[in-house]
Write a protein that binds this ligand. Sequence first.
Ligand code: 0GY
Length: 312
Amino acid sequence: MRLQEISVVPSPKTPGWLDWYKDPSVPVFRLPAGAVDAHCHVFGPQAAFPFAPERKYTPCDAGKTELASLHDRLGVSRAVIVQATCHGADNTAMTDAVRAAGGRARGIATVRPDVTDAELRELDAAGVRGVRFNFLRRLVDTSPKEDLTAIAEKIAPLGWHIVLYFESADLPELEGFFGSLPTPLVIDHMGRPDVTLPVGGPQFSRFLGFVDSHDVWVKVTCPERLSVSGPPALDGEQYAYTDVVPFGRRVVEEFPDRVLWGTDWPHPNLTGHMPDDGLLVDHVPRIAVTAEQQRRLLVDNPMSLYWPGEGA
Ligand code: 0GY
């Protein structure tokens, strides 16, 4: 059989998978010029960039073109595209999207411990500035700590950082390991707090203490993923994700120079509801209440981490 006759049958989406919101509202809050979406993903498209055999879910397609349109609509200028677990350690969909943005995107990769220096240099040239270590068992098979340490030692000389994704309940067990890592750390989604617990309670205080005593940046992202109160009622009366606001605000107030914001588009693995990305932008002034806090969160902080030395 000739190669062009072999057609790859696309995998069906995971049952219950919700596609990204097709017609997001134009946000009421106007993002400042140069705003960065520091946490988003691309999925495929599957025909061009097949998903990894070891993935734990099969998403819908959500490619670089759709991501760029969303950013135009929301008023986002730059993006940090985080390798999604459905692509395993094949970073080609992500690097293709980063390259296509012509210097206005950076990437976070997933690599294996046997990654070579030449491969890392190639990722760096494409715009990658970090790797992600994922500790969510529903997303990945857990990697041995020795493997993660080996990766950390290989990427440190490039000036990259490590993005950590974990559940708040796992922080006590993981924080010693995190503290041993040789690079700056970036924590996804505020370490996924249980927002039914008090913001001043032991769980979130432990997280804030960890941030305070290490070289750590925090993404105040994913109110839609953390919220128990959920999106607004259909009559639009209730503000979306109210229960997450005190957590985001607390982090922004305590660490104004080390917070990052992002959409998390296309919002993997949400089964209850899919957020209107316009509402996620409107969440920003609830947690960063002053113009100064907003400028740091949306522009200055991500610029200094991902585009050091460049003006917005
Ligand atoms: C997120 C969160 C999730 C998924 C992934 O790479 C991924 O598959 O990041 C999740 O399911 O909680 O940051 O997008």
